[in-house]
Design a protein. Structure first.
Lengths: 503, 156
């Protein structure tokens, strides 16, 4: 494994373009994450078409760099104008903005960038070891297991992505059903194409994903376009003093471990990855009364935690093809478009790609430290750009992105339809993550189901052949049973945390 | 939680499920293996059943007083959304004949103006700037040929 990782570093360093991609990706991520209303998920969706034609490891590096930068960037407006750039930064608001009001924004931003980078770096170490372990185990999978795994992933996400398990399931089934449009994966019969040759290959993934995650978000922002924007000043930033760094290191380490584990569990994602470490530090602190009123440990815990959670979420995404939440679901789509099949086979057939990406993530953590410090100085102006200008421009980016993959104007229409669908679904408390997952996993699930049944000559016994299959099925049933309870209790935790930090 | 919107959504899903179910009837199905239509039929059936459960749940929780109508009347923001959808449909129609730069310029200008941007300098230069930058980035750097329309060969 260490050998692979060294090779990965050699691959990355031997090609200057890789470094450029990391620098651009992290920078874009920070800017997108910092602008209230634009999320890391949206950034990944819009950047997807750019990766087309790149070598897979470079494309994946770009997307993950944007992800890491985006989660970090969300903390900047949280500190400066009390508005989280991404939901994951909500836990940073109380302490960060308190420091800004005391005139110590520079200190807050310094602690913020150091914690984010350190948290990302430590979490990446966990990522490498965990992925190697899980991939080793998952190599025993055959067609039946792949089908069950796809269904399990979808069940888990459906069960916990919204407050209602039923709605999650409906969204998942909807995605699966829509994925059956186009030529069928085994014999190539055209299904549900309505005699339109544009639908021969089914709904193209990129436009669907841009619609569901970017255009629907733009609609949401347009609806609230008149909310006035808070003004912010540009602020000088520097790394915190060594005495402060020494003080927050234990906090960062604890928060990283907790954040990573939370991130790796599908569902809760980066938001709880910030809140739970924050609560934990408050509990351990000798001065819990300072939390919420400018405690640097609070910023460190929240920001190390949410970045660690983001990287932790890569573990199930890469090894099993089960993304935890929206951003990694879009990332999963990116993997497919780059021609990589996420899951254990990825580690067997393309270890050089995986470890080159791991090496890039390590480098991205350092780039984040430097770029985060530099870019934060100009963010005061940037985050206050009027949405009247910003939203049309972002919309045009989505349109070009949807068009670019197949050079198809038809695909712009697809993006628009999925945008409208996504907007309405979210409006009535459905989640769009299961829809995307269904779209991605549908063909995998169907072809493996049918292949397994061809092998077994139609006998369903193949799905109960060994303990692995049975445990996958049991896991699926369990996730359904506990789905409602789990999501309810998670909601309660995050509500309580929000309430407490807002006090 | 709004029961009324749940019911409307469920009816939409049932309708969708029926379309897929109906369409898949004509697919060739061999008797020996699971055929072309089986997987979509299974899913369409599942979607319909789940939607019916959603309706039953919604009716159980239905209380008139607690359920404000989904759209009383369109707010300003919701009108903006309709404008954007309409603008995009027109954009799709004019993209090929007018070309990317001109159609994108018109799209940005229209939307920014309708959203309430008043400064003429911004209304002019942001749309021009972004249309050309995106054109150059995509067609010259990323090698995605965008429709050139009436400006064909201007940037050779």
């Amino acid at each position: 494994m260490i050998g692979y990782l060294l090779e990965g570093f050699i691959i990355v360093f031997s090609h200057p373009f890789n470094m450029v991609v990391i620098i651009i990706g992290v920078g874009l991520g920070i800017i997108i994450g910092a602008m209230p209303g634009l999320t890391a998920t949206m950034g990944i969706a819009i950047a997807l078409p750019l990766t087309f034609g790149m070598p897979p490891e470079v494309g994946l590096t770009l997307l993950i760099s944007i992800f890491i930068g985006g989660i970090h960037g969300g903390g900047i407006p949280a500190i400066l104008i009390k508005t989280p750039g991404t939901p994951a930064s909500a836990a940073t608001i109380a302490d960060g903005f308190a420091l800004t009001q005391k005139g110590e924004a520079s200190m807050a931003l310094g602690v913020h960038v150091f914690s984010s980078s350190a948290g990302s770096f430590l979490s990446t170490i966990i990522l490498v070891f965990a992925c190697a372990l899980i991939a080793e185990f998952a190599l025993k999978f055959g067609a039946a297991e792949y089908f069950l795994l796809a269904i399990l992933g979808l069940t888990i996400i459906s069960a916990i992505s919204t407050e209602s398990t039923l709605k999650g399931l409906i969204a998942g089934v909807l995605g699966l059903l829509l994925s059956t449009c186009g030529l069928d994966p085994i014999v190539g019969y055209p299904r549900f194409t309505f005699n339109n040759y544009n639908l021969m290959e089914g709904f193209s993934l990129v436009p669907a994903l841009i619609g569901l995650f970017a255009i629907s978000q733009i609609f949401y922002e347009i609806e609230n376009i008149d909310v006035p924007i808070v003004k912010a000043k540009d602020i000088k930033t520097k790394l915190p003093d060594f005495s402060i760094i020494k003080k927050i290191i234990p906090t960062i380490i604890r928060s990283t471990v907790i954040g990573n584990i939370i991130g790796a569990i599908p569902g809760p994602g980066a938001v709880l990855g910030a809140f739970i470490p924050y609560q934990n530090e408050k509990r351990l602190s000798k001065h819990p009364e300072k939390f919420g009123y400018g405690a640097i440990e609070g910023i460190a815990a929240a920001e190390a935690g949410n970045n660690a959670a983001a990287i932790g979420a890569l573990i199930p995404t890469l090894t099993l093809g089960i993304p935890g939440e929206a951003a990694t679901a879009v990332l999963l789509g990116g993997l497919m478009i780059l021609g990589l099949r996420p899951g254990p086979l990825l580690f067997k057939s393309n270890p050089e790609i995986v470890y080159a990406v791991f090496a890039s993530i390590f480098i991205a953590c350092f780039v984040l430290l430097i770029e985060g410090l530099i870019l934060a100085r100009y963010m005061g102006k940037l985050i206050t750009i009027s949405k009247k200008i910003l939203l049309p421009v972002i919309l045009l980016l989505c349109v070009v992105g949807a068009f670019a993959i197949r050079r198809s104007i038809f695909d712009i229409g697809i993006a628009l339809i999925f945008g409208i669908l996504g907007y309405f679904l979210q409006k009535i408390n459905f989640s769009v993550v299961p829809v995307l997952l269904g779209l991605i996993l549908g063909p995998i699930a169907e072809s493996n189901l049918r292949r397994a049944l061809i092998i077994s000559r139609g006998s369903l016994i193949i799905f109960f052949n060994n303990w692995l299959d049975v445990s996958l099925i049991l896991l699926g049933i369990l996730s359904l049973i506990f789905g409602i309870r789990l999501s309810n209790s998670l909601k309660k935790i995050s509500k309580e945390s929000t309430a407490q930090t807002n006090e | 939680m709004n029961s009324k919107s749940d019911i409307i959504a469920a009816i939409f899903f049932i309708f969708l499920g029926l379309i897929f179910f109906w369409n898949s009837k004509s697919f060739p199905d061999s008797t020996r293996e699971i055929g072309v239509g089986a997987f979509p039929r299974l899913l369409a059936g599942l979607l319909i059943i789940l939607s019916i459960v959603l309706i039953i749940n919604a009716i159980k929780n239905f209380t008139l007083s607690k359920n404000p109508p989904l759209f009383k009347e369109f707010t300003k923001g919701q009108k903006f959304i309709l404008v954007v959808i309409f603008a995009l449909i027109i954009y799709i129609k004019i993209l090929e004949p007018l070309g990317f730069i001109l159609s994108s310029f018109l799209l940005l200008l229209t939307l920014m103006f309708i959203f309430g941007e008043k400064r003429k300098v911004i209304l002019l230069f942001v749309p021009i700037g972004f249309s050309i930058i995106l054109y150059v980035v995509f067609s010259k750097l990323a090698m995605v040929s965008l429709p050139e329309g009436i400006f064909e060969n201007i940037f050779f």
